[in-house]
Write a protein that binds this ligand. Structure first.
Ligand SMILES: [Fe+2]
Length: 81
């Protein structure tokens, strides 16, 4: 679950890095994007280490699928956690 949360943060900062109004802001968001990408990989690696790569990826896939189902039923709006 932590890996998915970090991946979503990574995506959001990636969008902000691409669309922020100044280069200073885009640079700041690029740094946050990279940081969140490392966090995502860290949690995924920990899950793979503990449960094995196949089981960890299956679980992450399940969580992402459930997330998509939940979000498909909710209103589209900006979100940052
Ligand atoms: Fe993070």
């Amino acid at each position: 679950m932590a890996s998915v949360i970090e991946a979503r943060s990574c995506e959001r900062f990636g969008l902000l890095a691409a669309h922020a109004p100044t280069e200073a802001m885009r640079g700041w968001y690029r740094e946050l994007f990279a940081s969140e990408a490392r966090h995502h990989r860290l949690f995924a690696s920990l899950a793979e280490e503990i449960f094995g790569e196949e089981r960890a990826r299956e679980r992450i896939g399940f969580l992402v699928q459930r997330e998509a189902e939940i979000l498909s039923r909710s209103a589209l709006r900006p979100r940052v956690h």
